[in-house]
Design a protein around this ligand. Structure first.
Ligand code: GLV
Ligand code: MN
Ligand code: MN
Length: 413
């Protein structure tokens, strides 16, 4: 149904915006990110849609056809050093499916609205674009900053989007959102399955742990007189592994992704040490237990002295998100048609824009295998045959959804 060569060519062109070796550096609101967004907008227009870049950077295409319309997309920004398919895959699938269906006489009446969300990866604030579209972006998120200290509002001004209207879900038009993505993990490859139909997306929480001690001279301060924040942070890092392992389930993961000693000099005992600790699980109750156990460990270390240890949430917890049952049914049928007996239902261990859209629209997701289970890294890749098959599955599911006649507008939750 879709043109596989055109799809692959589109993905390779998108890769060119910010390409570095085999990977891509295309953080939100960077020059390559904005050039990629303009290219995507122009491609959508060339495909016969109207398209624009909205006030938070979303590229939103609108089919010339009346609804019901299916929103299809993903994000076009990358991690600081990211892969070429994370987000890009789902965006180029959406473009190709919208284009292919408009070209075919028997499907040219169907309405597909493709979209490339802004800042899913959280360079400034995670899922900026999809939160805005869903009407869930609070003003304080616009003060969130990137690692260089620039706020969302300042970046929007810098790239010329200040005052541009933000696109919003049209309840009279949009009946659902489907997103394709690389799995980003090893499950499909290990089982030999070719397609994953997502059942739910994990819940995600993140805290910042800050140890406060006393900055002093690394030569003249006797060991017993020190309040070395670094030593306590390392002890926290070690002990939290053991604590969390005790409450972990089979799908629980946690990561200390960033740590810093201040002021960070060889001859200074660190006065402050901090780290981020992110943890994920499909079960919100388990996440609650994990957070309590982290806070308890910090209190124990604080109580012992001489440093104090504090824990604060980095952002509001993201609860696990269940995908819409009827959209999933169409994805399962399409998966069986294109990969008979070689597809699986699975939870997503990565976060996606569908988490935000699911608050306002039925959502579903489909995965294709990631080679070696690698993602958020330059080595991220998928086989071209798997890439094309995934697009066929999503195109087939799109047809099934739009011709179903029982489209529901109840959010999945
Ligand atoms: C999204 O990229 C995530 O980190 O889950
Ligand atoms: Mn992604
Ligand atoms: Mn990602």
């Amino acid at each position: 149904m879709i043109d596989g060569d055109r799809l692959l060519a589109g993905l390779r062109t998108l890769r060119g915006f910010g390409a570095e070796g085999t990977g891509v550096v295309r953080p939100t609101f960077s020059d390559p990110d904005m050039r990629a967004r303009r290219w995507l907008r122009d491609e959508m227009v060339a495909a016969g849609l109207t398209a624009r870049i909205d006030g938070v950077g979303n590229v939103v295409g609108t089919s010339p056809n009346h609804g019901p319309a299916l929103l299809i997309g993903s994000h076009s920004d990358t991690q600081p050093t990211g892969g070429w398919l994370d987000g890009a895959l789902g965006v180029v699938y959406a473009l190709e499916i919208a284009r292919a269906l408009l070209e075919r006489p028997d499907t040219s009446h169907l309405a597909i609205d493709p979209v490339a969300w802004s800042d899913e990866e959280g360079t400034y604030t995670s899922c900026l674009g999809s939160r805005s579209f869903a009407g869930r972006l609070t003003d304080d998120a616009l003060t969130d900053r990137n690692a260089s200290g620039e706020s969302v509002a300042e970046a929007i001004e810098r790239v010329g989007l200040a005052g541009v209207e933000r696109a919003r879900l049209d309840p009279a038009r949009h009946v659902g959102y489907v997103e394709a993505h690389i799995e980003q993990g090893p499950r499909l490859e290990d089982s030999g399955d070719l397609i994953g139909v997502v059942t739910s997306i994990v819940g995600i929480r993140a805290v910042r742990v800050t140890v406060s001690g006393e900055q002093n001279h690394a030569g003249t301060t006797p060991m017993h007189r020190r309040a070395d924040a670094g030593v306590v942070l390392f002890e926290f890092g070690h002990r939290v592994q053991q604590r969390l392992a005790k409450v972990a389930g089979p799908a629980t993961v946690w990561t200390i992704g960033r740590a810093a000693l201040a002021p960070g000099a060889e001859s200074i005992i660190p006065g402050v040490a901090s780290c981020t600790l992110q943890f994920r699980d499909p079960d919100d109750e388990r996440l609650q237990v994990m957070e309590a156990s982290i806070v308890e460990l910090a209190a124990e270390l604080s109580g012992r002295g001489p440093c104090t240890v504090s824990v604060e949430r980095r952002r509001a917890p993201i609860p696990p998100t269940v995908m819409d049952p009827s959209l999933r049914e169409h994805l399962r049928a399409a998966a069986e048609a294109h990969a008979p007996g070689r597809w699986a239902e699975m939870a997503s261990a990565a976060g996606h824009d569908a988490m935000e859209l699911a608050h306002v629209l039925p959502c579903a997701m489909v995965f294709i295998p990631s080679i070696g289970g690698v993602s958020h890294a330059f080595a991220e890749d998928s086989h071209p045959t798997d890439i094309v098959r995934g697009a066929e599955v999503l195109a087939d599911a799109t047809l099934r959804i739009l011709t179903d006649g029982h489209l529901t507008r109840t959010p999945a939750g």
